[in-house]
Design a protein around this ligand. Structure first.
Ligand code: CTP
Length: 232
């Protein structure tokens, strides 16, 4: 009986003592910026990487607020409070609201950097000649959380780079006051938005650079959460 009880308890993942009772904020997915009632500017983010991180944290006993942009992914983890948003402005607002409560924030969303200056209330009709769309900058959620961050809060960002990858990622780490940054390179086969796999490099605030193999996003999420645990 004792043996079977042991087997039973070993088969369930024991919550990490360092992470249980912690609270996290995770952003994931794309954002859609409305042009008119039927059109928007979006991107190809699937939300898979961010949702995998939210699930991994939740499985290790963390209470997660997941701010998720438009994505088909179903989220059904009892430790995740999933807040579905559409635009960068909404994602910014909810992230700022929930950050106070968070011990850990991981910003994996592919947030639009620009949004239409004016949103038309009715469908824009086509006309002759060139159509020009004016865009304004969105608020940088990661940067604003970096400004608000206390020394007890852990802030993790992502960087998607195509050239001068390490240099650009290291600049973002410092400018946005992050503890570490997860670099994805679009130059790696099998890494990026639409894949189930990813290949990352982690740069941290002590100038450590750690390269990981190409692996399933679920496994990548474990590496990222292990890195988070090393700070606690
Ligand atoms: N990010 C954010 N809010 C924005 C834009 C980006 O929170 N308005 C976050 C992303 O979630 C990611 C990180 O910032 O964690 C990096 O995003 P990226 O687009 O690679 O970099 P940018 O800071 O937008 O810089 P650049 O466009 O110059 O590469």
């Amino acid at each position: 009986l004792e043996l079977s009880l042991n087997l039973l308890s070993n088969s369930k993942k024991a919550p990490s003592t360092k992470l249980s009772k912690k609270k996290a904020l995770v952003t994931a997915g794309p954002t859609f910026e409305a042009i008119d009632p039927v059109r928007f500017i979006g991107n190809h983010s699937s939300g898979k990487m961010g949702v995998a991180i939210a699930n991994e944290l939740a499985d290790r006993g963390v209470a997660v607020d997941l701010i998720l942009g438009p994505s088909d992914i179903e989220v059904s983890n009892k430790n995740i409070n999933c807040i579905r948003v559409t635009s960068a402005a909404e994602m910014h607002q909810y992230s700022m609201d929930r950050f106070n409560d968070a011990d850990i924030a991981v910003l994996a969303a592919a947030v639009a950097d620009y949004t239409p200056k004016n949103v038309s209330n009715s469908k824009i009709k086509k006309a002759n000649g060139i159509m020009t769309l004016e865009l304004t900058k969105t608020k940088d959620i990661l940067k604003d959380l970096g400004k608000a961050k206390t020394k007890d809060q852990l802030l993790v960002g992502f960087a998607l780079e195509t050239n001068n990858e390490l240099e650009n990622a290291s600049k973002k780490l410092k400018e946005k006051n992050l503890n570490f940054i997860v670099l994805n390179s679009l130059n790696d086969d099998g890494a990026g938005f639409e894949f189930d796999t990813n290949k990352i490099t982690i740069l941290d605030d002590s100038n450590n650079v750690e390269k990981f193999e190409l692996k399933a996003k679920i496994e990548v999420a474990k590496d990222i959460v292990d890195k988070i645990t090393s700070y606690l």
